[in-house]
Structures are given as C-alpha cells and as structure tokens.
Design a protein around this ligand. Structure first.
Ligand SMILES: N[C@@H](CCC(=O)N[C@@H](CS)C(=O)NCC(=O)O)C(=O)O
Length: 216
C-alpha cells in the first residue's frame, strides 16, 4: 500500500494526492507537519512534507514524487510517451518550482498564515500576476500544460492555482488560465484533493487543518 506522509492542507501534499486520484491508486495518508508535527523516525532529512513510501522506495520533494508516480503507474497518461511532450511537461514543472514559487508562496504564507493585509503585499500580488501572464500566453495554444491532455506538467501549477484563484486579491486578466483552471475544476480528483478550503486567516487555517485530519 502506498503511504503519503503529510497534512492534507499542504499544497505540496495535494500535488501527490491529486496524482494518486487521477491514477486510481490506493493509498494511506498520515497527518504530518504543521500542527501535527514530525515523528522522530520521519524518513526525510529535510523535515518537510510530502514524503511518499511505495514498497521499498521512499521519495521526498513533491515534484519528484509526482514524477515517480507518473512514470511508475501513468505511462501514456500523466507520463507522456513522446519525449517532446514529456520535455514540455517537465519544463513547466521546473518553472513551478523556481520563479513561480518564489512569487506565490511568500504571498500565500504572509496573507493566510501571518494575516498580512493586501496593501503590504502589493508587490507580491503584482509579481504573481506577472507569472500568471506568462502561463496565460503559453495556454493560448494549449488546453493543458503539455498539449491536448492532462499530464504531470499540470499537477504542480494546477495544485497551486486553486489557491491563487480563491485568494482575496486582484488578479490580471488571464482568460487562457481561466479556461484551463475551469477544465481542472471539472476533474473529480482535483475537486477532492485540491479544492480544499483553507480559511482566510491564521486561525481559520488552523481550524481547516484539523477538519481535514480525518479525511483520506
Ligand atoms: N521543496 C519541497 C517543499 C516542501 C515544503 O515546504 N512543505 C511544507 C508544506 S507545503 C512543509 O512541510 N512545511 C513545514 C510544516 O508544514 O510543518 C517540496 O516540494 O516537497
């Protein structure tokens, strides 16, 4: 049985859970990190979530976990067989981890988990809007990140986009992102694993974390 170690309200854990949902794989998830803390024998030297265990292999770094499951169980679907499509999926996954995350995560953490107001976050709100304009231009010619169907390339950006779209902030017009996001929101696995309320401030965030404790 696949094990996912990580609290359900972590966007990085949600990437992995969404993949498992898309692939129809059985799993057990354990509440780790945040208010749940880390067990002494946590098998990840960095002490962040997610970590996944599948038989004799343990993997951490969320995008590496996404790639592992896609390649092991999703060749031809989440893991594109065509090397060029695969390269496109991989490229946007790398981008999510670099420039995009640098813009998004400080905004989200400050706004929701440290209760900062939008005025103090103005530069960050503009910065993530600029990142979404880059994504919007790419999606003008693509229904999904790597072409005409969902691949692993959609997972990291898609998992974070629920949060971006539901934050109380101004956003630039990005019609192609909107259409792509609309397609994601129609997927059962996305609804169940990603579209999870997170509250509007630190107290609500903590409440939502506990509400999710009993949900697989
Ligand atoms: N690069 C890592 C980052 C993981 C990460 O920062 N996870 C956060 C949750 S999204 C975490 O574990 N924070 C500590 C905590 O929640 O206690 C990955 O993609 O897996």
């Amino acid at each position: 049985m696949i094990k996912v170690l990580g609290r359900r309200n972590s966007a990085n854990v949600q990437k992995v859970m969404w993949v498992l949902g898309e692939l129809g794989l059985d799993y057990e998830r354990e509440n780790i990190a945040g208010s749940f803390g880390f067990p002494d024998d946590y098998p990840n030297p960095v002490n962040v979530v997610p970590t996944i265990v599948d038989g004799d292999i343990t993997v951490w770094e969320s995008n590496a976990c996404v790639r592992y499951f896609a390649r092991q169980y999703g060749v031809g679907s989440l893991w594109p067989e065509d090397p060029k499509t695969l390269a496109q999926a991989d490229q946007w996954m790398e981008w999510q981890r670099s420039g995009f995350s640098d813009a998004f995560f400080p905004l989200f953490a400050n706004k929701i988990r440290m209760d900062a107001d939008n005025e103090s976050l103005a530069d960050k709100i503009v910065a993530i809007g600029e990142q979404y304009k880059i994504l919007d231009a790419h999606l003008a010619d693509n229904d999904y990140i790597a072409g005409s169907s969902l691949t692993m390339g959609d997972i990291p950006l898609g998992a974070v986009t629920y949060r971006y779209k539901t934050l109380d902030i101004d956003r630039p017009s990005t019609p192609n992102v909107d259409a792509w996001y609309g397609r994601l929101t129609e997927r059962t696995a996305y609804q169940y694993h990603v579209m999870i309320p997170y509250g509007t401030n630190a107290a609500e965030w903590a409440e939502e974390e506990q509400k999710n404790a009993g949900i697989q």
